[in-house]
Design a protein around this ligand. Structure first.
Ligand code: YSA
Length: 334
């Protein structure tokens, strides 16, 4: 086949191949095969130099015409394919504004957290600040600094979760109450002190009113001339704020090694009295442990059980309901 015939055949066949390309990639492949650097057209152009002048001129003109013609057809096809690709992308991305929205499930803080926040708020409104301490505590801060004797039953492994850190100078345990923060805070701060300490505590307890992990809020007020009347007034205010003015409560004398005198506060709910908190006037021995002057300072402290508050307020008679993962229970307290 002579050169002119090859070019004419290309001119006849190429438009059909260009029209058949349905993507930009296919079109680029057809372009490379017809007028690209390795195409028959490029090959002929490279051969021009070795031809007689007349033939060179004639063949060169034909080549230029063909390349111009096919380039135009290819560009038109490219425009069309690009427009189609854009339209397809827009159609795929389209937002149907008439579709109903997806409403995300609304979360809520757990009832125990809600109660803790509320108790903290009541005391913050009285001028108290919030402090927090470690859940893994030393035997010293959990017991010794609080004047709890070596022989006290709370120190037994039957009551307390000890952590096994191997051969350490002091036993580490999961704190059994938030009271260790009393000593930690007083060691680090000069009086007066007005703090509340919310946190999780742990004991080997389990029944309808006790769980092995539960929450307390510790309160500590140390100043000059604080009396038992201040303790009673503050806790009565707290109970009225949290449980309502008509809630029946009573103070019962009690014993804690770190307060003297000591008491428990009980509230009446669901036909029975439920213990809410322990409290008392800070024992001078605790002041001595932290370097405070017991001649000049007095104070009161208390530790309130958060789950018990939730039980009294919501009429829950088994504490374990608070830890049931069934959301239908917790959703009632949004
Ligand atoms: C006492 C005097 C102070 O100066 C300061 C704090 C205290 C409280 C003391 N640290 C204490 O823990 N006392 S307590 O053993 O009686 O617990 C306090 C409250 O925690 C209880 O009144 C009860 O409401 C709650 N509680 C105790 N064990 C619990 C529990 N709640 C749920 N599960 C348990 N296992």
């Amino acid at each position: 086949m002579d050169d002119v015939t090859r070019l004419e055949r290309l001119r006849a066949e190429a438009p059909e191949r260009i029209a058949a390309a349905s993507t930009i990639e296919e079109l680029e492949a057809v372009e490379a095969e017809t007028i690209g650097r390795r195409s028959p057209v490029a090959e002929l152009r490279r051969s021009l130099g070795g031809r007689p002048p007349e033939e060179r001129r004639e063949l060169g003109r034909r080549l230029n015409d063909l390349v111009a013609e096919l380039s135009e057809i290819i560009e038109r096809r490219r425009d069309l394919l690009e427009r189609r690709a854009l339209e397809a992308a827009l159609a795929a991305d389209a937002v149907d504004v008439t579709l109903p929205g997806r409403i995300p499930r609304r979360g809520t803080s757990h009832l125990i957290q809600q109660v803790m926040d509320e108790v903290v708020d009541i005391f913050v409104a009285l001028g108290y600040t919030v402090a927090t301490g470690p859940e893994a505590e030393t035997e010293f801060y959990n017991f010794t600094a609080l004047n709890i004797p070596e022989t006290h039953p709370a120190r037994l492994t039957s009551d307390t979760f000890y952590l096994d850190y191997g051969d350490v100078p002091e036993e580490i345990l999961l704190r059994t109450h938030t009271s260790p923060m009393q000593a930690r805070y007083m060691e680090a701060h000069a009086p007066p002190v007005y703090i509340v300490v919310p946190g999780r505590v742990f004991r080997r307890d389990s029944d309808a009113t006790h769980t092995p992990a539960f929450h307390q809020i510790e309160g500590l007020a140390v100043d000059e001339d604080i009396t038992f009347a201040d303790l009673k007034g503050t806790l009565a205010h707290f109970v009225r704020e949290f449980l309502g003015p008509d809630t029946e409560t009573k103070f019962i004398p009690h014993y804690f090694p770190f307060t003297e005198p000591s008491a428990e506060v009980h509230a009446y709910a669901n036909g029975r009295w439920l213990e809410l908190l322990g409290c008392g006037m800070v024992d001078p021995e605790v002041f001595r442990h932290v370097g405070y002057d017991p001649q000049r300072l007095t104070g009161f402290a208390f530790g309130v059980g958060i789950e018990r508050l939730a039980m009294v307020r919501h009429g829950i008679d088994d504490i374990r309901a608070l830890y049931d993962p069934d959301l239908r229970i917790l959703e009632q307290y949004r």
